[in-house]
Design a binder for this molecule. Structure first.
Ligand code: SAH
Ligand code: SF4
Length: 386
């Protein structure tokens, strides 16, 4: 097996070049060809030394995940389903808006956190994606859409790690992918346009602040430990006080002076005025009354079979948002996008399939007889992250 060059950030690529007996600056040239121009054929990399161009095909390749399907919504949202092997698939969703194009990316096949309201969590954990599989989603979408639109202009302006998986439980693969998103010789996205969403892996929030501080969105979903532990099992390990303290430690590193809390609105579970009041107290009384500089993004629950949960009605969501706003907390309610392709949800949802079923469905798809209606992504909450 040869090395997939999408697995490397610039440092990794430089080390790879050195192993081949090449100068480190060759890595910058390669990195540009791959990420800025989407080229995978070494022969086409005209400014690379001929000797290196000849060497590379024997030791390296450039490949993103195989595409199982693509769906285009009438509002311009596009959803791709990628094959990650063993009957598993992950999704990426592109959400165009007037002033930006947001790509929602997956970090794992399945997820081990097991949140009650999340269909990925209900599927269980299959495996971590590699760096190549994470950055490959951006590489593929950016260059596919540029080619289709016949442009060299940037198509993806924002990335949110809000697809399948808990990115901070796949930290070692995530960070090189983030570095490539940010690097001027690759995608050159600013730190505030790259968002990592987490259910609260406290030690990794601290590490991210040091290693690669990007915008942080924290999935809160409840104002107290009893309810949060029920909805987000990771809360038993890292309870709210610990999580909020980690958020406060992250803020000085964050590209903006606030962070985003995501809050999935679940009918009769976490959506009452008493919950909103408790939430206000939680964030405003933090650190002896200094408070935590944050913004809330309310995500209407996207239902899926066997969750036993339903979405709060519109008026309840609005009343909840009003209470937070009146307390001086900037609050947005997630817009829906890509409704006609099932992309308009808080997270991967829809049918929850076990892996055997997913494998069967993919086999059918490969024979060209099936349609994909398996998994859906976070399109709308992604678009709400500023
Ligand atoms: N694992 C990370 C990132 C992926 S989930 C995290 O939990 O933050 C992205 C967002 O979608 C999270 O805020 C998550 O809580 C939310 N979400 C998950 N399932 C949902 C559903 N069925 N409806 C609405 N939002 C959901
Ligand atoms: Fe995992 Fe996030 Fe889903 Fe929770 S909400 S199960 S952390 S993907």
């Amino acid at each position: 097996m040869t090395a997939n060059l999408l697995d490397f950030d610039l440092e990794g690529l430089a080390a790879f070049c050195e192993e081949l007996g090449e100068k480190r600056f060759r890595a910058t040239q390669l990195y540009r060809w791959i990420h800025q121009r989407g080229v995978r054929d070494f022969d086409a990399m005209s400014d690379l030394a001929k000797s290196l161009r000849q060497k590379l095909p024997d030791v390296a390749h450039i490949a993103s995940l195989p595409v199982l399907s693509r769906q285009n919504a009438s509002d311009g949202t596009i959803k791709w389903l990628f094959d990650v092997g063993s009957g598993d698939a992950v999704e990426a969703v592109y959400i165009p808006e007037s002033d930006r194009g947001t790509l929602c990316i997956s970090s794992q096949a399945g997820c081990a956190v097991g949140c009650r309201f999340c269909s990925t969590g209900h599927q269980g954990f299959s495996r971590n994606l590699t760096t190549a599989e994470i950055i490959g989603q951006l590489w593929f979408v950016e260059h596919t859409l540029r080619a289709e639109r016949n442009t060299t202009d940037r198509v993806v302006t924002n990335v949110v790690m809000m697809g399948m998986g808990e990115p901070l439980q796949n930290y070692n693969a995530l960070v090189p992918a983030l570095r490539t998103m940010l690097h001027d010789n690759a995608y050159g996205l600013s730190r505030r346009r790259v968002t990592v969403s987490t259910s609260g892996v406290v030690p990794m929030i601290d590490r991210l602040g040091l290693d690669c501080p990007v915008a942080l969105a924290v999935s809160l979903h409840a104002p107290n430990d009893a309810l949060r532990s029920d909805l987000v099992p990771l809360n038993r390990k890292h309870p709210l006080a610990e999580l909020l303290a980690a958020c406060a430690r992250y803020l000085p590193h964050a590209p903006r002076d606030f962070l985003t809390f995501e809050y999935c609105m679940l009918k009769g579970v976490n959506d009452q005025p008493s919950h909103a009041r408790e939430l206000i107290t939680l964030v405003t009384s933090f650190n002896g009354g200094q408070g935590l500089h944050c913004k809330f993004n309310l995500i209407p629950f996207n239902p899926f079979p066997d969750s036993g949960l339903t979405c709060s009605d519109k008026a309840t969501v609005q009343a909840f948002a009003d209470l937070l706003s009146q307390a001086g907390i900037v609050t947005t309610v997630r817009k829906t996008r890509g409704d006609d392709i099932d992309a308009a949800c808080g997270q991967l949802a829809g049918e929850v399939l076990d892996r055997t079923n997913a494998a069967k469905r993919m086999a059918t798809l490969r024979q060209g007889t099936g349609t994909v209606h398996t998994i859906q992504v976070t399109a709308a909450s992604a678009a709400n992250v500023r």
